[in-house]
Design a protein around this ligand. Structure first.
Ligand code: AMP
Length: 280
């Protein structure tokens, strides 16, 4: 397993790479956990070579405090990836990723996807995401890139990015990996106190219950129930709860087979997101 910190190092390695059509790529922001590992395992299984990037991208954080607090543990991450079967870790610094500075972000037409949920509550977030992923795709030149459904809206944004700018890269969605109590693995979970971590399972429980009630209630009633359930817990504040068709992130009817529910909650000041596909 090689560790490259510069684009030059990567380019030299890539020149001699034999089967460029079987290059898998998993972009991450580090503080790796089992959720990341499932993407990596899938890539290793489906490609001859896998590259993992570790880069905490400043331009996708709309809140400077959130960026400052974001966990980072490169040495631990390297250890974690040792026997994973990947060939390269690409771990650049900000200057390497943004040689012209962070002021000039990629603007692409994300249509309505940028105006809902994460796009609505984290202004500029997806500009940062498409900028960094576009830059990484240009450097790494993968055939296949793996993204988690944990960040389902991000996956849809990346699909749109590829439709417009990288039609040759396959984007492969990977299901959300959860801890035993249902909480989705997330680097942000390490920021929770033990007590808050225990309470965090309410997000997944609420998604499951809402999925059961979807066909029995109006959307308004369901929204009210979710708001009451979340906000009645001390330290919890609901940011959004939404139901969309997961083929296009547009509103659904009760009869759709592609409904997915999404939730964002501030849990003792830490912002957690999750989503769940309905069983038809
Ligand atoms: P991050 O490091 O949080 O930017 O995540 C890197 C990639 O891992 C993204 O494609 C995420 O959607 C994915 N990911 C994060 N957590 C999970 C999880 N619990 N299950 C599956 N994929 C995940």
């Amino acid at each position: 397993m090689l560790i490259f910190k510069t684009v030059n190092q990567y380019n030299q390695w890539y020149l001699n790479l034999d089967d460029k059509n079987s290059l898998g790529f998993v972009p991450t922001m580090g503080a790796l956990h089992k959720g990341h590992y499932s993407l990596i395992e899938k890539s290793v299984k489906e490609n001859k070579t896998t590259v993992v990037s570790i880069f905490v991208n400043p331009t996708q954080f709309n809140n400077p405090k959130d960026l400052e607090n974001y966990p980072s543990s490169l040495e631990k991450d390297i250890e974690f990836l040792k026997n994973s079967g990947i060939s390269v870790i690409f771990a650049p610094n900000v200057a390497e990723m943004y040689p012209k500075g962070t002021g000039n972000l990629l603007q692409i037409d994300l249509r309505h996807i940028d105006k809902i949920m994460e796009g609505q509550f984290r202004p500029g977030h997806f500009n940062g995401v498409v900028t960094v992923v576009s830059q990484l795709f240009k450097i790494i030149k993968p055939a296949n890139a793996y993204f988690g459904e944990k960040d389902f809206q991000q996956y849809m944004v990346i699909r749109r990015l590829c439709e417009l700018k990288f039609p040759d890269i396959n984007i492969i969605p990977c299901e959300t990996i959860r801890e035993e109590d249902g909480v989705a693995f997330s680097s942000r979970n390490t920021l929770l106190t033990n007590n808050t971590r225990l309470k965090a399972k309410l997000l997944y429980n609420t998604l499951q219950n809402a999925a059961d009630m979807f066909k029995k209630m109006t959307e308004k009633e369901l929204n009210q129930w979710v708001e009451k359930t979340i906000n009645s817990v001390e330290g919890f504040r609901l940011e959004y709860f939404e139901i969309f068709d997961d083929q296009n992130l547009k509103p659904v009817s009760n009869s759709t087979t592609h409904a997915r529910i999404f939730i964002a909650v501030h849990v003792d000041g830490i912002r957690l997101i999750d989503n769940l596909k309905f069983k038809p």
